[in-house]
Ligand binder design. Sequence first.
Ligand code: SP5
Ligand code: ZN
Length: 316
Amino acid sequence: MKIIYTDIQKKHNPIYEIYDGVKESYAEKKERITSIVSALKENNYTDFISPHHFPLSNITSLHHIAYFNFLSNRTKKIKEGEELYPSYFIMDTYTPLTKYTFEAAMASANVALTGAELILNGEKICYSLCRPPGHHAEERSSGGYCYFNNAAIAANYLSSQGRVAILDIDYHHGNGTQHFFYERNDVLYVSLHADPNLKFPYNSGFVDEIGKGKGEGFNKNYPLPLNISNIEYANILKRALKDIRDYKPNFLIVSAGFDTYEKDPIAGFALTIPFYKEIGQIISSLTMPKLIIQEGGYNIDDLGRIVVSFLKGFIK
Ligand code: SP5
Ligand code: ZN
């Protein structure tokens, strides 16, 4: 399995996120990808590929040019070690800008695009190890640790060559991804996530959000109760896969967040490490080429083992 990755993604390194004015240690740490890369190497995954640069239009055809320019220009003025907090283009208090945020977010988008290109060139499965994550990023704003929407950018790129389904299994609803394709019928969005009445992003991810205009029927949300178990989760995942099969996509993108893990420090499901292999097996029952895109997952000690368990569920 080809794994797309670059160390440039570690340069984004905020120290704090803020809750009601109180600073807490930043959960979306660069050590997340160190944990994943070491576990992959220990388990003999050796096929690492560096991303290459794609035309900026791949990003600016989704994200507004004013937002893109803001990230590019504003980060240039930030000093080493400094963090810039909310502005017009940042929707919350846990998605700060640092000097290297733009550079890392660009690298992350290119990691997703390089994976998508490999899929177009005939790979059956690839893993884009993206950081920072992407699925909360909107057309004109950063949020939920996300700056550019990597999965949406990859989906939009693949959509020129066929029908795309996105399966989002991060603990949080992918508000940005849903939004980008809400009025489109060439990209199906299906998401399993914690009930947004209780958990971030609070304002989207409900069952009555089914798409709009020609996109009606091509958006599907499965909000789940807290503490959901492996077996209950597997049943709903299988139901969600039926939506995807019925759509008959040419490509599948998995927005793979591992904050559904029982010991995740910011979340609240009860999934176990061996169960991620089963999730992988369930998803691999779909036959179309698959691009796995890394989203959340914040238990640094166990994240690598979770990813390895998940990837083992897929055939090589
Ligand atoms: C990509 C992704 O998974 N983004 C998640 C963003 C969620 N941010 C809100 C997390 C709230 C955690 N609150 C912890 C408070 C501990 N005192
Ligand atoms: Zn998440």
